[in-house]
Design a protein around this ligand. Structure first.
Ligand code: HGY
Ligand code: MN
Ligand code: MN
Ligand code: MN
Length: 421
């Protein structure tokens, strides 16, 4: 089935959405920062709701701000077909991560409706709250709650860098009510498909227009607080120091060393580990750091191998803790299982690709997505479009209009097949 996608409308909406941001224009590309529940996020949400209302879709928002835009099918009592993604963006990011799945999903539904297609099952577009970990330290907040993977009381107690709780921030954003109402009932969705940029280089490198995600790697997050003995950079002599930043530096290199060793031992590339933030206290040039907080993001297609890297890191930091006389507190933020796509949904995506003359690449998603948690409550798969140089989470993140339109067209065909089942 080939559906006519309105390219001008879709690309125009992507550019409009990119305008809801609060960073200075960047020379590298279209820089976007859109942190959950900030003014920019709320304005973007209001704009999107209006676009969905204009298309005649029914709108629902849950207690954490997950938004549902439903095209009611001929048999509305049947489990619906879901698609969607996120619009929140980490600081100084690009304009395509997540937004292609939300606006591509909206366009796919509109184009199907305008073609006269009538779905048997309802088709529902989702906008997930806080896919990025930027504000509350954990990714996929909305889809974790929808899938019953995160306890509501734990979620509401999460705090941001101003020490404001999710409970307070979401209420101020207009999302009140108990989070206990967020988890989806069993079999709510018949199928789930997310369209997303690859955020890696493989499709572009192989000259392929589309990928089908067969599995999503398992992400984990840890926070380490290292406390030493600080003081005057001139007067505190070296033998008397317990420099927390020097200890942190050893930890960061230990994490890198063990991730590389895991890959070497397995002859794989599937283990990745990143210390993306390092908060130094007091952070003065002439003061020996007394406390450092590191945030570790570690992922692997094999959660057992991911855990073996953590065990090796723990052995290292136990030794350095004693040698340097510092304390090290490890906090688990999240340790998630990987997700497998459903063979049935993969088949439907392959069929939709074939109808567009495309042979897709089967691939692993090393980035996590809300689909990682939707896989807990529905059969899922994902469609990837290429992104230039594999770059993402940077202003120079870029996908061509043609790739975006092609991915949206294939998504529309897949939604039509799934909604007719
Ligand atoms: O980090 C991720 O994988 C996602 O882009 N938030
Ligand atoms: Mn992202
Ligand atoms: Mn994303
Ligand atoms: Mn993601």
């Amino acid at each position: 089935m080939q559906i006519q996608i309105d390219e001008a409308r879709l690309i125009g909406e992507l550019k409009t959405l990119a305008g809801f941001t609060n960073v200075e224009p960047s020379t590298e590309g279209t820089a976007v920062t859109r942190v959950v529940f900030t003014e920019d996020d709320l304005r973007a949400r209001a704009w999107l709701k209006q676009r969905a209302a204009d298309a005649g879709f029914a709108i629902r928002e849950d207690a954490v701000g997950n938004s549902f835009f439903r095209w009611t099918g001929l048999e509305p009592q049947l489990p619906a077909v879901g698609t969607g993604s996120h619009i929140d963006a980490i600081p100084h990011a690009g304009m395509y991560d997540g937004t292609v799945g939300v606006l591509g999903g909206l366009e796919a539904m509109r184009a199907l409706k305008e073609s006269g297609f009538q779905p048997r099952r309802s088709i529902e577009l989702l906008l997930f709250t806080s896919e990025e970990p930027t504000r509350f330290g954990i990714g996929c907040l909305g889809s974790r709650l929808l899938s019953g993977t995160l306890a509501p009381e734990h979620a509401d107690a999460l705090t941001d860098s101003n020490d404001e709780t999710l409970a307070h921030v979401r209420a101020a954003a207009g999302f009140s009510g108990t989070l206990a109402t967020v988890p989806l009932p069993a079999n709510f969705y018949h199928a789930w498909v997310e369209l997303h940029i690859e955020q890696g280089p493989l499709l572009e490198r192989e000259g392929l227009p589309l990928g089908i995600v067969t599995s999503i790697a398992a992400p984990a997050g840890y926070r380490f607080t290292i406390t030493g003995f600080g003081g005057h950079a001139g007067a505190l002599l070296m033998p008397d120091r317990k420099d927390a930043l020097c200890a942190a530096a050893e930890m960061i290199l230990s994490i890198e060393r063990h991730a590389l060793a895991a890959n070497a031992a397995a002859g794989s590339i599937d283990t990745v580990a990143t210390v993306g933030t390092c908060d130094v206290h007091p952070g003065a040039v002439n003061s020996v750091p007394s406390r450092v907080v590191l945030q570790l993001d570690i992922r692997d297609t094999d959660p057992n191998r991911r855990e073996s890297v953590m065990q090796a890191v723990r052995r290292d930091y136990e030794e350095l803790r004693q040698r340097r006389g510092v304390t090290i507190i490890e906090e688990l933020v999240n340790a998630d299982a990987p997700a497998q796509s459903s063979a049935q949904i993969i088949n439907v995506l392959e069929r939709a690709c074939a109808e567009h003359g495309i042979t897709p690449k089967k691939m692993v998603s090393r980035a996590y997505h809300d689909s990682l948690f939707m896989a807990r409550v529905a059969p899922i798969a994902m469609l990837f479009i290429p992104c230039r140089n594999g770059v993402s989470h940077r202003p120079d993140e870029f996908s061509t209009d043609a790739d975006i339109v092609r991915g949206t067209g294939v998504l529309a065909a897949a939604l039509a097949h799934l909604a007719s089942e």
